[in-house]
Every structure is written in C-alpha cells, then in structure tokens.
Write a protein that binds this ligand. Structure first.
Ligand code: GDP
Ligand code: MN
Length: 386
C-alpha cells in the first residue's frame, strides 16, 4: 500500500527522522493559513498524489509569501498530474504545505525489502533529487548498497561504506548514520516494503533533512498496522476496480486490451497466460468464483466492458459447481442490456455444457464459441486485433 508524502513524513518524524515543519491542506484557504502559521520565509506547496516526478509535472511550487502559497494551492489543487508511469494522470486533492529548505546538496537514500536476499537493502547515492532509476540504469556505480542483517541491524561499517561508496561528503558520516538508523527503525516498525528519501537535503547550515519521502507498506502486514491501514484510499485506485468491488467481484485492472473472465483464480491466471502467449494483452483479471449465477456473469461482463480500451473479451468457464447454462444466461442478459461492440469468445466446459451452448447458439447474439481454452485465446486475439 502506498502512503502519501505527508503521511510518510508523520511516520518518519515519530522515529526521529528530520522532516520540514508542515501540514496537509485540501483548499487554497487552508494553504494560506498553514503558510501563515509557518511564519516568514519560503514555503513549499506539494501535490499529494501517488506518483513520482511531481516536481517536473508542475506539482511542487515554492512561494515567498502566504498569498503566493495560496495562489500555488489554487493552481495545484484540482490539477491532473501526468507522468510516464501515469499517462492518464492523477487529480490532486491534497497538498502538503511546508517550510522551505535552503538546499546546499541533494542526496538519495532508499530502503527496500529485497526479495532475493530476503533482507532490507539500503541504497545511498550522491545523485539525489533526480530520477534514481535513470542513475541505476546509466551509472549504477554511483549507488552504494548494503544488506542489513535483521539481528544486527545497520552496522557502523555499513554506514561508512554507504557514505564513501555513495560519494557523500565525508564530514557527514555521523549525521547520515543517525539519519539512516532512524529511517531503518521507522521502516521496520511500520512493516514498510519501500522507503525513499529523494532528495535527502544537506542544508546551507550543514544539517540533514528529508525534503521528500515515499513509503510503501507491506499489504500483508496491514492487519497489525491499524493506523497505517486506516490511510488506505480507494479514490486513487482504478474506478473500475471500485465498481467491481461494489458488485463483489474479484477484479484487477491491467494495462492491456483483452477482457478476461473466468471461474477460479487459477483458471483466470492461466487464461491470462494463454492470451498473452497468443500475443494478446490482458486488460484485467476477473474471477467470477464458484457457483456463479447469471446475475454475477452479467455484472462481470458489464464491468469488463467499462474499460474503454477493451477490444475483445474471452470468457473461459470450466463448470464444476458453476453451471454452464447459468453462465450462458448471464452472458445473454448482459448482451441484451449492453450494446456489445467487441468480439466475445466463449469457451464452456463441464456441468450443463450442452444446455449452455444451446442457449448461446439460439440467442442469436454475435458470440464466438471455442472448444478449448487455447482456441478461445487464439480466436479472441485474432478477432480483437484484426
Ligand atoms: P518529486 O518530484 O515528486 O520527487 O518531488 P520532490 O519532493 O522530490 O520535489 C522535487 C524538487 O523540488 C526537489 O528535488 C527539490 O529540488 C525541490 N524542492 C522540494 N522542496 C524544496 C524546498 O523546500 N526548497 C527548495 N529550494 N527546493 C525544494
Ligand atoms: Mn522526490
């Protein structure tokens, strides 16, 4: 689960990580009030959306007065920020209003739960403030790494290694060590899977402060992180996923354009693989579960077709407790109420398959039957991309 910068900074502050004074606002008036509270000097107004590169996208503004801050708030709130990873963009509903920092240098600090070593890995680099993925790609030697032993924690020698190999100013080793230890404590206590401070700022007076903070929390640990779990938001998730959840469907939105409906998680995942092998790009995962009635199938087809990118749909049902005739009825009901403009390939097998097939063929609807899952995948790809 992603949390916002302002939330991450609240967590980090509790563990002694230095962060700028500031608060979150959802109206320009609130922005002004917070800027007034912060007193004189520069304030920073920052969009709180789950994406990186907000600075480049126009989501971070410096203001010299509370009136300017209010203007920045007016400008950023309601704006749709886009990035490479978020081409559709995210609407800004909240901004963080912070005391401005006098930046002398920008460093990078990251911690991740590394699946290979099964440990927390720390990364430090002098190349802060910029796109760290680009640094990793073009000059990986500029990122120093250390794997933390869970029983020992972050050792002094590791801190020195991270600072020296990461190209940080040697006079800062002690301060960076304190910073890393506080960040590590926050990371472990919050069951984080990722924490990134980019940039970690060295101020003109030589102190360290987290100018930005990104944190993800391990979903599997949310049961024991009630406070963090309470921060879960549905508004920034996919609206179709929200709609599916309302209809009690297990739907996951994907990037492709072929809608997939099946019964049972394993069969749906296999359907995704088979469609992908045929050259198709699945638009979703949708499991109608066992014993689904016509109503559920109708809902499923409606939800899948809400994604405008969908060029075709494959329905792959292996009837055990799910009855193929119920599935067929659901497809027919959906087709009656929706005007389906894309090819729909249906593969039915198992309980009441003959009745199901009969209903579909007698419906007069433009549906393409398939005898096997592979045939269904082949057909849906062929019909959708032609
Ligand atoms: P991101 O673009 O989403 O990663 O957002 P950041 O919080 O990292 O902000 C982008 C850039 O804005 C930073 O790299 C800084 O250069 C700049 N910035 C952020 N806060 C301050 C601040 O308090 N003072 C100054 N001068 N610049 C800031
Ligand atoms: Mn940043």
């Amino acid at each position: 689960m992603k949390i916002h910068e302002y939330q991450a900074k609240q967590v980090l502050a509790k563990f002694g990580v230095p962060v700028p004074a500031g608060r979150v606002a959802s109206t320009p008036e609130q922005v002004k009030a917070i800027a007034d509270e912060l007193g004189h000097g520069i304030v920073v107004v920052k969009a709180q959306v789950h994406m990186g590169g907000r600075g480049k996208a126009g989501g971070v503004k410096l203001a010299k007065s509370s009136v300017e801050a209010e203007e920045a708030g007016k400008d950023i709130l309601g704006k749709v920020l886009k990035s490479k990873q978020n081409p559709d963009g995210l609407t800004v509903r909240k901004v963080l209003v912070e005391q401005g920092i006098d930046i002398a240098k920008e460093y990078y600090i990251g911690m991740i739960l590394d699946r290979d070593s099964k440990r927390i890995v720390v990364m430090v680099s002098s190349e802060g403030g910029m796109d760290i993925e680009e640094v990793a790609e073009n000059s990986p030697e500029k990122i120093a790494k250390a794997v933390i032993h869970p029983a020992i924690g972050l050792a002094d020698y590791q801190i020195r290694h991270l600072c020296y190999a990461g190209g940080l100013d040697r006079t800062l080793v002690k301060e960076v060590g304190k910073f890393l230890r506080a960040l590590y404590a926050a990371f472990v206590a919050s069951d984080a899977s990722l924490a990134e401070i980019n940039p970690l700022v060295v101020t003109k007076s030589g102190t360290l402060i987290a100018a930005d903070a990104k944190m993800n929390i391990d979903d599997n640990a949310l049961f024991r992180q009630p406070e963090l779990a309470g921060w879960k938001e549905s508004e920034e998730e996919n609206p179709i996923e929200d709609e599916a959840a309302k209809r009690s469907l297990t739907y996951v939105h994907l990037d492709g354009d072929i809608g997939i409906i099946g019964n049972g998680a394993g069969l749906v995942m296999t359907s995704l693989d088979v469609v992908a092998r045929e050259g198709g790009k699945p638009a979703n995962f949708l499991d109608i579960g066992g014993g689904a009635k016509a109503e559920v199938v109708r809902n499923a087809l409606e939800v899948v077709l809400m994604e405008p990118k969908v060029k075709g749909v494959v329905i792959n049902i292996f009837g055990g407790i799910t009855r193929c005739d119920e599935v067929a009825k659901g497809v027919i009901e959906a087709a009656k109420t929706l005007s389906i403009k894309v090819p729909v390939v249906v593969r039915l097998e198992g309980t009441s398959v003959d009745e199901g097939k009969r209903l579909l063929s007698e419906s007069g609807l433009n549906l393409t039957p398939a005898a096997t899952m592979h045939e269904a995948a082949r057909k849906v790809v062929e019909l959708s991309y032609k």
